[in-house]
Design a protein around this ligand. Structure first.
Ligand SMILES: Cc1cc2nc3c(=O)[nH]c(=O)nc-3n(C[C@H](O)[C@H](O)[C@H](O)COP(=O)(O)OP(=O)(O)OC[C@H]3O[C@@H](n4cnc5c(N)ncnc54)[C@H](O)[C@@H]3O)c2cc1C
Length: 351
């Protein structure tokens, strides 16, 4: 999979579109929802499946950050795109979004992405959400209730009662679908942390289900280990990680073997940096190694946050798990977390 430099430069907004904030909703003391207006001409571009996310580019203290937020709204059921952002202690973008975004503001947003979605099956659906992990999960629950006849069970873990996001909406869904939806709330302050035996108990006889897991790392690990002890096939397990995995990229300032002679000239934030690349090193890893701060999130080719445009030369992507679509590839964009240069290349991150 390769992208060659096209004749044109970087578009004004690159892969981002400016969307107006229609409404900001306080959900809990540390989580807010942002409802976006998608103009009719972008409706196709912003069509989404339950479980997908949007990537936002924001400027915090002079630093441009790109962060993914799952759509908590359900396509075709809710009138507008809605994301819900929970504050992370000392987190830059999440606190900025909670503190500064107001109705009427415009945000830079990349179209929906992601594969944490429903598949066509008759089997039950069992979902495990922790904290802000409820966002894609509630969208999947609503969509599955509306478009399938599958029985659904949700275990939702939170610190305490006050941290439960979408409490009244979840109560209403359960009340209107008593024979199809069962929701179990677990509160750390009351019940302690979720552990593997609890996961086993909650799954019960539903070992043929599709399992969806989204929440803090340790929560997801416990759920996964519970499912593994039940011999659930990995194909039945869908996981959305809100944290970037450790990429194993060399730390800033470390050295690599650059004898292969590949070079990337990287344009980022108005600066141009020439980088001698290690053998097989991705452009994102190289940029970080020399101390640049390019945008990235998943590093697994599905979020699209690290996209840059190839201006000269040839960049080969190791893989693409939906992070970039064919139209963008045709326009010369690549995922730099997967992009390996052949010879000398010049790439530009979106302005
Ligand atoms: C596919 C996907 C979907 C997501 N959906 C949602 C969602 O629906 N809702 C939601 O709330 N979140 C979601 N996230 C998480 C979100 O993208 C952000 O990762 C999260 O908001 C934290 O970003 P931040 O900029 O606030 O934190 P960051 O500034 O990136 O900080 C993250 C952590 O690192 C620590 N840290 C920061 N800088 C340093 C430093 N210099 N040294 C040491 N530690 C440091 C912080 O203390 C914090 O604990 C999703 C993530 C992904 C990948």
């Amino acid at each position: 999979m390769t992208a060659d430099a096209g004749a044109s430069g970087v578009d004004a907004n690159g892969p981002y579109y400016r969307l107006r904030v229609a409404q900001v909703i306080d959900e809990t003391a540390d989580a807010r929802s942002i409802v976006l207006e998608v103009p009719a001409e972008l409706a196709g571009r912003f069509a989404y499946r339950a479980g997908q996310f949007l990537s936002f580019r924001v400027v915090v203290d002079g630093h441009r950050l790109v962060r993914c937020y799952s759509l908590a709204s359900a396509p075709g059921l809710d009138p507008a795109h809605k994301v819900t952002i929970k504050r992370v202690v000392d987190g830059r973008a999440s606190n900025w979004m909670n503190d500064h975004v107001r109705a009427g503001d415009e945000l830079e947003v990349m179209p929906p992405n992601g594969v944490f979605c429903l598949r066509t099956r008759e089997t039950p659906i069992v979902l495990f959400a922790g904290g802000s992990g409820i966002t894609p999960v509630i969208s999947i629950v609503k969509t599955a209730l509306e478009t399938t006849t599958r029985p659904i069970k949700l275990l939702y873990a939170n610190r305490d009662e006050a941290s439960i996001i979408f409490r009244s909406e979840l109560d209403a869904l359960e009340a209107s679908h008593p024979d199809r939806l069962e929701i179990v709330h677990r509160l750390d302050a009351v019940h302690g942390f979720v552990d593997a035996p609890l996961v086993v108990e909650q799954v019960g006889a539903r070992t043929d289900a599709d399992f969806y897991i989204c929440g803090p790392g340790p929560f997801m690990d416990v759920v996964e280990s519970g499912l593994q002890s039940l011999d659930v096939d990995s194909e039945q397990i869908f996981i959305e990680r809100f944290e970037s995995p450790d990429s194993g990229a060399p730390a800033a300032g470390s050295s690599v073997d650059t004898s292969a002679g590949n070079v990337a000239v990287v344009l980022l934030d108005g600066n141009e940096t020439e980088i001698a690349l290690g053998d097989g090193e991705t452009i994102l890893a190289a940029a970080r190694r020399v101390g640049l701060e390019p945008p990235f999130a998943c590093e697994e080719a599905y979020c699209g946050c690290c996209m840059a445009k190839v201006l000269e030369g040839q960049v080969e992507m190791r893989m693409n798990d939906g992070g970039i679509d064919q139209r963008q590839i045709d326009e010369g964009w690549v995922l730099t977390c997967q992009g390996v240069a052949k010879g000398r290349v010049r790439i530009q991150y979106p302005d």
